[in-house]
Design a protein. Sequence first.
Lengths: 204, 186
Amino acid sequence: MEPMLGIEEGGLHSAEALLLARYFMFTQVYLHPIRRIYDIHLKDFLIEWLNEKKFFKSLDNYLSLTDNQILTEIININTRSRKKKPGSVHAERILKRDHFKLLYEKNPEDGRINPEASHKIYEECVSQFGQSNVRRDYYYKGASKINHFPVQRHDGSIESVLSLSKTLSQIPPFLVDYVFIESSLLEKATVWLKKCKNDIIKLP
Amino acid sequence: MAINLNRLEKASLIITFIDKLKEYNSWGGETHVQKAMYFLQHLTHLDLDYSFILYKHGPYSFDFHDQLTEMFSEGLMDNEIINSQYGPSLVPTASGKRIRDHFASSIKQYHNQMDFIANHLGDKNVVELERMGTALYVTLDGCQEDVESRAGRIIELKPHIKIEKARQAVQNVDRMRRSFEQHFSN
């Protein structure tokens, strides 16, 4: 067996607290739908604004590009005279806080019917409302590797933390699977989805 | 040529394969399943399009690892701690079993190949699987030479393996290949 980093049994509760805090940070901050959709809008802006949809090949030019420059560009791009500049649509969304709204998120009930439920709903949304009006955000980070470490017990024996800590064995993986829709279409899309969801997600 | 299965059909196949390995007493941890999948793909020619490299404990596929990770994220599989001294065992959830059964007819034609591999590798531990996996790897990697040369190649790649164990692994793999050709060429 390979050497692994572990803890003493006395530190178990601190380890639990740390890993729970990490879980809450991820689920409530990093993976919050509003944070995620603004990431997407920013990426959309950069793809259109950057030449050839990529960052500079020259290292010096790349390093000289700062957050300030991009934010300034987002602000300036949104003047009337420059309205048609590449990226202006996405810049406006960011500036006016007109982000795409959450239409659907993965849930266990739909997942039990079809593990690909979110993917199917996204595809049908695109077909119904157009690619430019729909976005999907999928992120998964498994917890099992991080939570499986050895604990040295008071008597010197070594056990897996997962058998000693019910808390850590129950921490779910970090997973989001969101489907977002352009804000003006949210009401229409919600009605449509309510009507069609069961047909969309049923297994072939 | 890769066989044509969609994602959920592949998931059904993987779960069925894990079930079969366990029927033949496999621990069913990711390492066991990785090595068994390597044999399924490269010995029985069931091409699921996972690319394998020689990694820390023998052949390993990051694509296959990603597939397993997705199956965890979709609630099709879970980890079970059977013995706290060892790593977890992969187990299908109720949803995983439902998907396995729903697509059972799509993967029925591959049962014999999965059964063959499970039968030959099910009772092997990770140390034996590493040796055999590396033996198959050097054999397929253009090293079609005699047992001694291939065993020598194994210990070049994995110096912690003793020469007699490497030799044994090569012979076991050759036996498996012959047995597969005999059973499946008719």
